[in-house]
Design a protein around this ligand. Structure first.
Ligand code: CP
Length: 319
């Protein structure tokens, strides 16, 4: 079954195939979308807030001709509040939908869901763990905007400890050659050792660069992130990390003309609004690329579901 739980599951060929499929979806969107998932239902189960991931997944399913059922505050408004386990919720919803998109506050929740689900689980983020579909749209953004996914210098900026999009992006970039990562992070939010070691084991050059201006001068991509206030155990650590690295017009003047600024968004002051008009500010285009990439992922997972066990049997016989 085509679950999407970790970005590590995608090898180089799978990533290149997905980029090509997403490009095909982008063309199809320009022609009004497709009808390939007519009659199929996607459930969006979100236990944490979201704007981009939930709505772009829902838009993707609708653009494929499918339908959507959704709970946007499942922590409070699903039966989780009554003590229902995630596993039971998934067992139930898997009888209502052909694919489940799950965002959860606990690391490992998507893997737990996949263990009990009869339909594909697409992780929309698990706590401070991973956000694999964001990494896939980030890779697509780099491919479209920079023109390649190899021989890249990427400055990872901000909250590299709790930033799940960063972890998944590192795993995806690790599949390609000539990747150099410059980690520009407050000392309380470094890239986790296991993520750094994974990249190094795959031939990625990982360097710590505390000077954002120096990193920006050589980077093809400045990947800025929000300091994730909600994940900090210590308010003092959050205050130490907050506001340390800002992308502003001064930084843009240090950057190359052919580089780009990315951000998974939302932002909370770490990209100044007057950067938005610069053509190198790719972050709003990045949000829009989420639709064709998630269309490609839904197609892939739903095709696997057709090949696997059907949710509904054609037989109406009483057992
Ligand atoms: N990038 C991202 O995950 O945004 P949302 O939290 O709005 O889904």
């Amino acid at each position: 079954m085509r679950h999407v739980i970790s970005a590590k599951a995608f090898d180089r060929d799978a990533l290149l195939g997905l980029l090509a499929e997403a490009a095909r979806m982008q063309v199809a969107l320009g022609r009004g979308g497709l009808r390939t998932q007519d009659g199929k239902v996607m459930a969006a189960l979100f236990f944490e807030p979201s704007t981009r991931t939930r709505l772009s997944f829902e838009a993707a399913m609708l653009r494929l001709g499918g339908q959507v059922i959704s709970t946007e505050n499942a922590r409070e408004f699903s039966s989780a509040i009554k003590g229902e386990t995630l596993e039971d919720t998934i067992r139930v919803v898997a009888g209502y939908a052909d694919v489940i998109v799950l965002r959860h506050h606990e690391v490992g929740a998507a893997a737990r869901a996949a263990r009990v689900s009869r339909v594909p689980i697409l992780s929309a983020g698990d706590g401070a763990g991973e956000h694999p579909t964001q990494a896939l749209l980030d890779l697509y953004t780099v491919w479209r905007e920079v023109g390649r996914v190899e021989d890249l210098t990427v400055a990872l900026v901000g909250d590299l400890l709790y930033g799940r999009t960063v972890h998944s992006l590192v795993y995806v970039l690790s599949r390609f050659s000539g990747i150099r990562l410059l980690c520009v992070a407050p000392d309380v939010t470094p890239l986790p050792a296991d993520v750094r070691e994974y990249a190094a084991a795959h031939g990625v050059r990982v360097e710590v660069e505390p000077d954002l201006h120096k990193a920006a001068q050589v980077a093809d991509v400045v990947y800025q992130t929000r300091v994730q206030k909600e994940r900090f155990a210590s308010a003092a650590d959050y205050e130490r990390a907050r506001g340390q690295y800002i992308v502003d017009r001064g930084l843009l003047s240090a950057m190359r003309a052919d580089s780009i600024v990315m951000h998974p968004l939302p932002r909370a002051g770490e990209v100044a609004p007057d950067v938005d008009d610069d053509p190198r500010a790719a972050y709003f285009r990045q949000t829009h690329y989420g639709v064709p990439v998630r269309m490609a992922l839904l197609e892939r997972s739903l095709q696997a579901q057709v090949a696997g066990e059907p949710v509904w049997s054609e037989s109406a016989e009483v057992q």
